[in-house]
Write a protein that binds this ligand. Sequence first.
Ligand code: PNW
Length: 461
Amino acid sequence: MSLKQRFPSDFVWGTATSAYQIEGGASERGRGPSIWDTFSHEPGRIHNGDNGDIACDHYNRVEEDIALMAEMGVDAYRFSISWSRIMTDGTPSTLNQAGIDFYNRVIDACAEYNIEPWVTLYHWDLPDHLERTEQGWLNRQVCDRFADYARVCFEHFGGRVRRWITINEAWVVSILGYGQGVFAPGHTSNSEPYLAAHHLLLAHAQAVDIYRKHYQKEQGGQIGITNNCDWREPLTDSDLDKQAAQRALEFFLGWFADPIYLGDYPETMKAGVGDRLPVISDEDRVLIQGSSDFFGLNHYTTMYAAEAGDEPVEQQVYGNGGLNEDQKIDLSVDPTWSVTDMQWAVVPWGCRKMLQWIANRYSNPEIYITENGCAYDDPIDTSGQINDQSRVDFYESYLEECAKAIELGVNLKGYFAWSFMDNFEWASGYDKRFGLHHVDFKTLKRTPKSSARWFKRMLNE
Ligand code: PNW
């Protein structure tokens, strides 16, 4: 049986991007700055001093890009809306028609090729005005701001968009933005991440409430949230290590998925974080619980987890481990595992175990992998080709494990490859390449890599 045949016939195959990472056109036609514009222009924040001013210039090349996507044969395209492009200062009083027109162009191009748009409302680019004047995600007011923004999107695009993702990776926003300070807005705190996360959850829930009350019936779409989680495998068979791995997953994914599917933060987090963890009030619980029509998962890698006990734990920056002093976990990797350019280990079976963990803990929800992929820098050869065999191997091996998960009863309904093209990889700048299409950042020329052709062949099998 071919790989493709191991997936249901209605399985959704797509690729993904996000606004700040690809669009450029940073101050074109009324777009206001976001916290990522400000952050990336601060010296020392981004590798090489890169920023998203031009990025892939997708703002001016939408049609070309979506034609390339269609060439691959995907069913769906996941992109995000830049909040400050459609509302210069983040509030409806600065509604920007040119911004609305731009996203209509994106949706038109999708329609032309019969590609289903999956729209993320928030992929980290908070309008800078809301950060400067209202303290961004630290102030509960942001939830109403987000709800207003979401309403405008449903109103303008909901007639043609059937899939909405409210927030992308609240964990990254909270931990990397407010804990480790490596992402915008660059704070380092051991309490702000929990407050920001609380508001991210509430903002999501308020937007969902509006969609369900005023738009869902008429527009007939679905709305959910996407969280990221890497797999945590117990280092040994000991009960302590098994508990450590479980605790790590609860601090990572349970933090956001437990309130939505089970109604409260995990007990392990309450114990580890204490009064820095906000309490979900009964009123807020009503909004949050059950607020996702599907389970969006971004998954990249796997690490071993072991009980750290009272040993001083190492705080690993860039993802690994969250605020580790609250979790007391030792993370490690097997030195035989191969790693990508992000130094993220390639462990396909971790993806299957992650899916099974979600299925077990949250009563087998419909899951969409809304991102999975890898960074490798493959050179263009003399004939102009990019032979990225390691990326092909990555996709093939992760999809094998997805197929296995489905065969074991996991309700996996779709898969989006991250990313359609090389782009602005946040603090790593343009140095890390995740694309199925190569982008020459001097000429902005796009070239399909071998992996794009592999995908096309796989989808046509
Ligand atoms: C995700 N971590 O980011 C984002 O959704 C994408 O925008 C990004 O390009 C992609 O994954 C690759 O990085 C993450 O440190 C950034 O664990 C960091 C982490 C996870 C995801």
